[in-house]
Design a protein around this ligand. Structure first.
Ligand SMILES: Cc1cc2nc3c(=O)[nH]c(=O)nc-3n(C[C@H](O)[C@H](O)[C@H](O)COP(=O)(O)OP(=O)(O)OC[C@H]3O[C@@H](n4cnc5c(N)ncnc54)[C@H](O)[C@@H]3O)c2cc1C
Ligand code: SF4
Ligand code: SF4
Length: 428
């Protein structure tokens, strides 16, 4: 949405439809293009924990089920690099590098603001080590690890283990290339690199630029092989993460950041711990909380079931600090308030239940449509008409109004649609 004019029942909205460089009428969603695309980048939908191609679908169930090209990373769009592989491979002839953004002018009677929320940046709490300690992650990253369609196909792995697997993969590739170069020297001089190196270091080979290069290459291959073997030996001992600590109220109920309770995070942590236990029975899950706010029909029973049937551990106490041991395992330092005892617990992964915040850029949207924001930066609503913003004909639903869970967001979406229909009919 780029521009809005008019008033209740008669708005003119300018919308930019971004070019996807794939014709959505022709694309069958087969994915052959992505399979062959040589460009791999971190996948935003998987919170950067997995990889995607430069031609991709943001997420599997996206509608329309059409691929799009990420022009920032695509070789064809980047100067000096030619590719065109997807165009050659696409049998539906859907690739269109010349597609441009389209500007749509819409005449509408009402507007619903449903722009959702952003996650609190846990790096603002340095004592929890997010961004510094590899195995401290946020709850959305954990959701991706838990997901069968996620980067680990539902196996909960420590991020440091994933990093090491990646290092092994890239190390093997580099080593293969370096060994190939050694092979060229060996072929030319008809001797193995090991024999050559013995003679070279004994001073039996006269100095020459090429021999010095060969010796250096041999040394670096030896060193890389040693490092790779050590990493592989370490990786053999990797196991799924079974000791999990969930840290509640990260950036919520904290007067330094957001005073409010984000309302859904107690429930999602219990859910995530239950699913983790379901995936791996050895899981030991601890949920550190000031209190667990399970507000909603059946929610308290769910929490009790989590403890009694699933064996989750609810620990009352706000976590003071997270450090790490020599194996990169997070150590949770906390006061167990029930016994007033300072304690620590070492886990495989620490999962931060970060606050729900108004999305970045909400001020720009508010200014564009002329509505007010509340003191927490969410869209301001009328207490008696909770879907109405400060401008008639403009409504809001879901987390754009404040933190809420999916059922409440969906119920609000239906209500906002009804209010919009009333506005169009001249009754709101
Ligand atoms: C880790 C985690 C786990 C959760 N688990 C659960 C759970 O199990 N059950 C549950 O009930 N709730 C859960 N929630 C809460 C749930 O995510 C929210 O209730 C829900 O996403 C709110 O829906 P929404 O449509 O308001 O916002 P969003 O889901 O944020 O959707 C808003 C959409 O608007 C798009 N958008 C934003 N700005 C623009 C723009 N300018 N133009 C076009 N599009 C735009 C965004 O890209 C986004 O797709 C969880 C939350 C977290 C963080
Ligand atoms: S042109 Fe090449 S890099 Fe770009 S999306 Fe197609 S296959 Fe990938
Ligand atoms: S829902 Fe739970 S974790 Fe989230 S802010 Fe409220 S009390 Fe804290």
């Amino acid at each position: 949405m780029e521009k809005v004019t008019g008033s209740n029942g008669d708005f003119a909205v300018t919308v930019r439809k971004k070019a996807r460089y794939v014709d959505e009428d022709l694309c069958t969603g087969c994915g052959a293009c992505a399979e062959k695309c040589p460009t791999t980048v971190p996948d935003e939908f998987n919170m950067g924990l997995g990889k995607r191609k430069a031609i991709y679908k943001y997420y599997t169930q996206g509608i329309p089920s059409t691929f799009c090209i990420d022009a920032v990373h695509c070789r064809t769009f980047q100067k000096g690099k030619k590719c065109g592989v997807c165009e050659k491979i696409c049998q539906a002839k859907a690739i269109d590098y010349k597609q441009e953004d389209k500007i749509l002018e819409l005449k509408v009677g009402a507007i619903v603001l449903a722009v959702g929320y952003d996650l609190f940046d846990a790096a603002k709490l340095p004592e929890y080590g997010y961004g510094r300690i590899t195995n401290v992650i946020n709850a959305l990253e954990f959701e991706r690890l838990l997901s069968a369609s996620g980067p680990t196909e539902g196996h909960v792995e420590r991020l440091s283990d994933l990093r090491d697997h990646e290092l092994i993969h890239s190390g093997e590739k580099k080593l293969k290339k370096a060994t190939k170069t050694l092979g060229k020297y060996e072929k030319k001089h008809k001797k193995s690199s090991a024999d050559f190196y013995k003679e070279f270091t004994a001073g039996n080979i006269s100095d020459g630029d090429e021999f010095a290069k060969w010796a250096k290459q041999y040394e670096s291959v030896q060193e890389a092989t040693k490092k790779l073997e050590a990493l592989k030996a370490k990786a053999e001992k990797f196991d799924v993460a079974t000791r999990l600590a969930f840290i509640q109220c990260v950036g919520s109920r904290d007067f330094r950041f957001n005073k409010y309770c984000s309302s859904y995070c107690c429930m999602h942590s219990i859910k995530e711990a239950m699913i983790a236990k379901d995936h791996e029975a050895r899981t030991d899950a601890y949920i550190f909380n000031m209190d667990l706010r399970t507000v909603g029909k059946g929610f308290e029973e769910y929490k009790v079931r989590g403890a009694e049937k699933t064996g989750l551990n609810y620990v009352r106490g706000r976590v003071a600090e997270i450090t790490q041991d020599e194996n990169e395992n997070p150590i949770i330092w906390y006061e167990e308030t029930t016994s007033q005892t300072p304690k620590s617990l070492t886990v495989d992964l620490a999962i931060l239940a970060v606050a729900c915040e108004a999305p970045k850029g909400i001020e720009k949207i508010a200014e564009m449509v002329g509505v007010e924001l509340d003191h927490n930066r969410f869209f301001k609503t009328d207490p008696l008409n909770p879907l109405d913003t400060t401008v008639p004909g403009i409504f809001v639903c879901g987390c754009a109004q404040g933190p809420m869970d999916i059922p409440e967001s969906v119920a609000q979406a239906s209500s906002a649609a009804s209010r919009a229909a009333e506005a169009v009919a001249g009754k709101a």
